[in-house]
Write a protein that binds this ligand. Structure first.
Ligand code: F3S
Length: 71
């Protein structure tokens, strides 16, 4: 089995800056109710998406995003 990325956004830390959703809208979206980001899907298995997912994680100014690699 290939590696998968598990994505989470800490709702207490996110300040709703929208950078992650702008960089990688396939995996991060802004909640209309909270104004904060949430994963579109929590598990990514397509390696073609990994760089973008990680770039968005690193671009968050308050480090609200966690991306964990699991089998
Ligand atoms: Fe929130 Fe960071 Fe995205 S502040 S909107 S998780 S870039």
């Amino acid at each position: 089995m290939g590696k998968k990325l598990h994505i989470s956004v800490d709702q207490d830390i996110c300040i709703g800056c929208t950078t992650c959703a702008a960089l990688c809208p396939k995996y991060y979206q802004m909640s209309e109710t909270t104004g904060k980001a949430e994963p579109v899907q929590e598990v990514a298995s397509d390696k073609a998406d990994f760089d973008e997912i990680i770039e968005a994680e690193r671009s968050c100014p308050v480090d609200a995003i966690s991306v964990e690699e699991k089998e």
